[in-house]
Design a protein around this ligand. Structure first.
Ligand code: NAP
Ligand code: ZN
Length: 346
């Protein structure tokens, strides 16, 4: 077994703390990474707090992983020792169902294996990126360009692909008015991709203080959602709303901002079900849709797109000892726009 060290939650009530654990040996089709940086996703916090469902504890969170390949199995073809590489939210899937064959491993009909808070197909718990090393089958490891700053690339593995994938699926681009709801880790990547794809981008935010920063990200307009006059001015105007909000919010109000036949794409995962008045949809033939991360081929496409267009996340680097304080700041919306753990501080 490979000895690993990281930070884990022992249960949903305790804070993260140092924890030693083991990964399996590097099998013939496996790649071992030394983890250099790991992004802090709001999903990490949801999961250590059992917001969605009872978790698998001890839990080592982290699914925005970048680092260096330190060992490869005998049959590994795509990676060699010393390569930069990344791992996102998934580490395995059946590879044979129609979705896996299409490169939609996140929708594997047998269920994909999550990077942490899950058990692998061998029944062994998976442990994530708030740690010094990880062992992953080759198909779920991504190539990272050395053109991009490595730490700021980490959030692309979740926040990046989760916003890139739906914008591509719904072909959002030139001629579309896109609203990005919630300017956090996902939202700021949604703005960058929306702008890169040619859409007219409006940020819908509860935080008036984020206006200047949103414009710096490339957003064309900014709406403070607590101001009725600003909301009135954009009612019925958007083709798409990319909803990245992590907590309960007034869906009827946001649906009213869509034009006829518009679509609200939900990627945020509040802990409670949405409450929606049916007239909010049928009154304008509106749709609510959802999207989960992205498949492996599309994740590589997104990373290559970012390398070509010089797109990375805006980050604040943290010491792993400050993770609990960072979660508190994330809950207050006080992060511009992604915390990334420097694993040298482990
Ligand atoms: P985050 O950095 O905390 O950003 C969420 C943003 O939502 C906040 O910055 C805030 O933006 C806004 N917000 C928070 N509470 C709100 C409320 N009550 N009403 C309206 N707006 C509110 O979180 P994140 O890492 O981007 O993740 C966002 C959500 O996506 C989480 O639920 C996460 O679990 C989920 N997620 C889903 C997927 C997927 O595959 N679909 C992947 C990753 C993450 P403002 O200050 O601008 O209002
Ligand atoms: Zn995530």
């Amino acid at each position: 077994m490979i000895q690993a060290k990281g930070y884990a939650a022992q249960n949903a009530e305790t804070d993260l703390a140092p924890w030693d654990f083991e990964h399996r040996e590097v099998g013939p089709h496996n790649v071992q990474l030394e983890i250099l940086y790991c992004g802090v996703c709001h999903s990490d916090l949801h999961q250590i707090k059992n917001d969605w469902f009872p978790g698998v504890f001890p839990m080592v969170p982290g699914h925005e992983i970048v680092g260096k390949v330190i060992k490869v199995g005998d049959h590994v073809k795509k990676f060699k020792k010393g390569d930069l590489a990344g791992v996102g939210c998934m580490v395995d899937s059946c590879q044979t169902c129609e979705n896996c064959k299409e490169g939609l491993e996140q929708y594997c009909l047998e269920g994909s294996t999550q990077t942490y808070n899950n058990k692998g197909r061998d029944g062994v718990p998976t442990y994530g990126g708030y740690s010094n090393t990880i062992v992953v089958r080759e198909e779920f490891v991504l190539h990272i360009s050395d053109k991009l700053p490595l730490a700021a690339t980490a959030p692309l593995l979740c926040a990046g692909i989760t916003t890139y994938s739906p914008l591509r699926h719904w072909k959002v681009g030139k001629g579309h008015k896109l609203a990005v709801l919630g300017l956090g880790g996902l939202g700021h990547m949604g703005v960058k991709f929306g702008v890169a794809f040619g859409a007219e981008v409006t940020v819908l935010s509860t935080s008036a203080s984020k206006e200047a920063a949103a414009k710096d990200l490339g957003a064309h307009h900014f709406v403070v959602t607590s101001d009725p006059a600003q909301i009135e001015a954009v009612r019925g105007s958007f083709d798409f709303i990319l909803d990245t909000v992590s907590a309960e919010h007034d869906m009827d109000m946001y649906l009213s901002l869509l034009r006829t036949s518009g679509t609200q794409i939900c990627v945020g995962v509040p802990s409670q079900p949405y409450a929606i008045q049916p007239f909010s949809l049928l009154g304008g033939r509106k749709s609510i849709a959802g999207s989960g991360i992205g498949g492996i081929p599309e994740t590589q496409e997104m990373l290559d797109f970012c390398a070509e267009h010089n797109i990375v996340s805006d980050i604040e680097m943290i010491d792993i000892k400050d993770i609990t304080a960072s979660y508190a700041r994330m809950l207050k919306g006080d992060v511009r726009y992604r915390f990334v753990i420097d694993m040298a501080t482990l």
